[in-house]
Design a protein around this ligand. Sequence first.
Ligand code: G4P
Length: 527
Amino acid sequence: MNIPQEVARRRTFAIISHPDAGKTTLTEKLLLFAGAIQIAGSVKSRKASRHASSDWMEIEKQRGISVASSVMQMEYRDCVINLLDTPGHQDFSEDTYRVLTAVDAALMVIDAANGVEPQTIRLLQVCRARNTPIITFVNKFDREVREPLDLLAEIEQHIGMDAVPFSWPVGMGRTFRGVFDIRNDRMRVFRPGQDRLGTDDDEFVQGLDNPVLTERFDSEFAKAHDEIELLSEAAVPFDQQAFLDARQTPVFFGSAVNNFGVQEVLDTLVERAPTPGPRQAQEREVRPEEPKFTGVVFKVQANMDPAHRDRVAFVRVSSGHFQRGMRLTVSRTGKEIRPNNVVSFLSQRRDLLDDAYAGDVIGIPNHGVLHLGDVLTEGEKLQFTGLPFFAPELFQAVEVADPLRTKQLRTGLTQLGEEGAIQVFRPAVGSTLLLGAVGQLQFEVVAHRLKTEYGVEARLLHSRYTMARWLSAEDPKELKRFIDGNLANIAYDVVDAVAFLATSSAQLRVAQELYPKVQFHALREHG
Ligand code: G4P
């Protein structure tokens, strides 16, 4: 096996968007294009069943399916593309954030009527912190939407990068005529159609100054023409390095549901998105083309059968060549595992699942041997840096209905905390544990799992806290002074890292002003 060659053809990315912007639709079109699925509607129906009920028990039933489709692998133009699902909506959780640590690029989908929306901004912050390159797709131009120039300005403002249009819309809604491919100087004429697969029958008209375009598309084209000219003078030229450094984002316009403008995005991913890069471990830098296997667990998901504590660890390969049945060592414990029945993800080719290289994801079923952040190697002891824990935004106090089960509650919460299902805080004052999450559903999942897996009936109660910040200070005396002076708001997480819990951003600001030598972190890195 030629590892460098296999690494060079990997592209691993996630789609980030606000609910309803068109992520599911776009995912499906990408899979259709690459031939990874044959039937339009397969991804959609999964989503429909997931969202049919607000009861998360339904989601539980779907877990088997959602494991399989949380990583989608497709081969396109000799590249192997891994698309990692970032659950949105009601299942928004810390997992969503952590998935972004396992990708090399992100595709941002924006609803052209709504612009950049809150959930996208949250996810963008994670991408920005990690300098993840971003490709932008502005969706739904078959509707009456906002002016493309305004959208471009808004993207730049939120993303903090230069937005470089690769294509430009001609008209919108009922007068949507197509998109002008700026880089290839040709217009792709719009033709609606849900499940058009190939683009062979698409019509192109060459040349921005071609009189045919003005004749056929009249005022829509005249407007687009002026805008494109304006941009060619005002906008910065595309620079590949600036894109890889997350200083520029290529922007595309289209309509996912009509499968229009999607191929350009896929082609850009293949041509421009980065191949898997080196990963920093505490001991050394790990290069993707190294012969020995290394990988890191970035997500742990409870599987179908709760009675068996059956979990799937999602491992992003960092280097080497994974083969089914090979012996791997868990760095944290030194334990050896031999994953034979790795979980299958959605892929059009069976053999892609049997071997894995840097950028790929393997799902290893286990009974709690693998924790979040664990590193798997062929024997070397390694700890990767950078698996982040995000400061929770929602808090609930947890009490046990039967005080005799307090021990089980603590055991359960410790394990669920290790798995990353929820964050558990032990306040410095009092004995009530606090749970912290970024998505409401996390609380429901934890309450349910405490009951079914640990036999604990937990009561979740209102908490007045709304923010947490991990604390550090160069001078330990300063930190101690802060802790002593704010004891009622101090808590410790599962690894005993100290945090300040605030009831409002004003309270946090005051604390920051009063103690300038203490640092407040919204993110804690594992290890
Ligand atoms: P999400 O995963 O980001 O939440 O979004 P999803 O793809 O489910 O799309 C949300 C809604 O937007 C869907 O409509 C979908 O059909 C529609 N949509 C996606 N892309 C386009 C587009 O290019 N143009 C237009 N006009 N609509 C688009 P829905 O009514 O919620 O579902 P459905 O019944 O139409 O499937």
